[in-house]
Ligand binder design. Structure first.
Ligand code: ATP
Ligand code: MG
Length: 288
């Protein structure tokens, strides 16, 4: 007979004791203009709660960026990594679908568009899981490789583009894989951006079943990117975009670690290949 279950006493924690150990919430500039102001924090001023802009993604968050194909997830990931490198914090960038030389070419273009010097690329370390299948198929091997990358660089940020490629053909275990990657980011005490591919059949601007496997439930924050083809005069008038063109949107679907804006915003793709968050839809008179 199995003995009576033993309590795991170290799992019982007092909220007040724990609060003393939690560092103050801080914003990490994302590299995407217009996004950082959309995260908030609450402070007490003369005993009253006051909402203040956080100025970036909450530090130590694992942020999920999801959307269908060509919505800007990889651009987001690249801009984020470069912005961290530019601030001297360094990023480890796991590329799961696109081999590293192509990502590097994208980073170089983004660097030029962001007006950053060539040396900024030294702050981004690529881990090529697209060319090395064992990194995609075996998480302990991926984590051992990441350990080496973090040890060599002291980077404070982790980017994975995309998580979906880590559970391709293993969809039953997707949730487990995402949880392990999430816990790895926590263990390393890094701020993370994880992209995932959303199936087009799901409601466009929600993260519902993004990637199909409740990735959003596990990660700390979710940003949804979407695009629509303008096909009617009504849409053209509503969004102020000519017929036949694409209009892009961004929405913060949720964030566990800080307050955030809940509106749907226009997302601009600048000609030089940079994302920029615009005003909320409905803000201009043409939306009326
Ligand atoms: N250098 C560039 N200049 C202009 N536009 C670009 C540039 N690079 C990418 N784009 C465009 O930006 C959009 C978003 O591309 P991105 O690669 O970020 O999409 P994605 O969401 O990662 O798609 P996928 O799910 O296929 O990986 C696409 O429409 C693409 O054509
Ligand atoms: Mg991509």
């Amino acid at each position: 007979m199995i003995g009576s279950p033993k309590p795991v006493l170290e799992s019982i924690l007092g909220a007040a004791d724990l609060a003393q150990k939690i560092p103050e919430i801080e914003g990490v500039p994302s590299g995407v203009e217009g996004l950082d102001e959309l995260f908030y924090t609450v402070v007490q001023e003369r005993g009253k709660p006051v909402v203040k802009p956080l100025g970036g993604l909450p530090r130590r968050a694992a942020v999920h960026v999801t959307g269908t194909s060509d919505t800007g997830k990889s651009l987001f990931a690249e801009q984020y990594a470069l912005a961290q490198a530019a601030r001297g914090e360094g990023a480890v960038f796991v590329t799961v679908e696109t081999p590293a030389p192509f990502v590097d070419a994208g980073l170089e273009q983004r660097r030029l568009a962001m007006g950053l010097g060539r040396d900024v690329l030294e702050g981004v370390t690529l881990v090529d899981a697209a060319s090395h299948g064992e990194l995609r198929e075996d998480l302990p091997t991926l984590f051992a490789t990441l350990d080496a990358a973090f040890e060599a660089t002291g980077a404070r940020h982790l980017v994975v583009d995309s998580l979906t490629g880590l559970y391709e053909a293993r969809e039953m275990t997707a949730r487990l894989i995402v949880r392990k990657v999430y816990l790895y980011a926590k263990e390393k005490d890094v701020t993370a951006v994880f992209t995932s591919q959303k199936r087009s059949s799901h409601e466009e601007l929600s993260a519902e079943a993004a990637g199909g496997y409740a990735v959003s439930h596990i990660l700390d924050a979710t940003i949804v990117l979407a695009k629509r083809l303008v096909m009617t005069q009504a849409q053209s008038k509503l969004w102020g975009v000519p017929l036949g063109e694409v209009v892009r949107f961004l929405r913060i679907d949720g964030c566990r670690l800080s307050g955030h804006d809940t509106k749907t915003h226009y997302l601009e793709l600048l000609p030089e290949g940079l994302l920029r968050v615009g005003p909320p839809i409905g803000a201009s008179s043409s939306d009326a």
